[in-house]
Design a binder for this molecule. Structure first.
Ligand code: GRF
Length: 207
């Protein structure tokens, strides 16, 4: 059974973490969440983790240490405390430096936009869909509405030192209806996000 460690920040609700917890408990995926890591002590997911007796680690980025040193120290702690096979970023807002990434072969991110495959732009109904790299989830959805896009979506991908460029593992597209608001669209998209995340992590757990 693969050991999964989930990383979150304080912007989300922890719904993707919950979906992963449920998938492990129901054995939908052959994995176990052995730790939850956050850079913020007020992250909502921390209390969820405690409810399920998942060990937690809060490790803020302090400017004085610098990002590379922070990444190196975080990697050491994560390795020592949790020894993960797979790391899942489910609403983690910080960019992980190479000093962290080189220690872990499989780091997966859930991105609130449609990331292209090898630079090939995604077009829907003839419209090029931006990937909204670097935007937080709510902002990415609002941007899609402001641009009057026909659709947007979410992507599960491997994390590499080049931000938002790792291999795409799974993607979901949702068409924007005239009657949708950004808020209700995002809630519906989240249901699909949970599904693609479980699908992608489930596949990695079978390897
Ligand atoms: C997700 O929508 C994901 O796309 C983004 O952060 C959000 C986290 O949502 N990276 P939640 O906390 O899992 O509800």
């Amino acid at each position: 059974m693969k050991k999964i460690v989930v990383f979150i920040s304080d912007k989300g609700t922890g719904s993707n973490l919950q979906a992963l917890i449920d998938a492990c408990r129901t054995k939908t995926i052959n994995g176990q969440i052995t730790g939850l890591v956050s850079d913020k002590k007020n992250a909502l997911g921390l209390s969820k983790a405690k409810k399920y007796n998942i060990k937690t680690l809060v490790f803020p980025l302090e400017n004085k240490s610098g990002r590379n040193l922070w990444g190196k120290l975080l990697a050491e702690k994560v390795q020592r405390f949790f020894n993960p096979d797979i790391i899942v970023l489910a609403g983690f807002m910080l960019i992980l430096p190479e000093s962290f990434l080189k220690q872990f072969p499989i780091v997966v991110n859930l991105h609130p936009g449609l990331l292209p495959d090898r630079g090939k732009k995604i077009k829907i109904k003839g419209v090029e869909i931006p990937s909204f790299g670097g935007k937080m989830a709510g902002q990415a959805i609002e941007a899609a509405f402001a641009l009057k896009l026909p659709a947007t979506g979410s992507t599960v991908h491997l994390v590499t030192a080049k931000v938002d460029e790792g291999q795409v593992l799974s993607r979901t597209v949702r068409y924007i209806k005239k009657t949708d608001t950004p808020e209700d669209f995002y809630q519906k998209l989240k249901i699909k996000e949970h599904q693609i995340l479980i699908k992608a992590v489930g596949k990695l757990c079978r390897k």
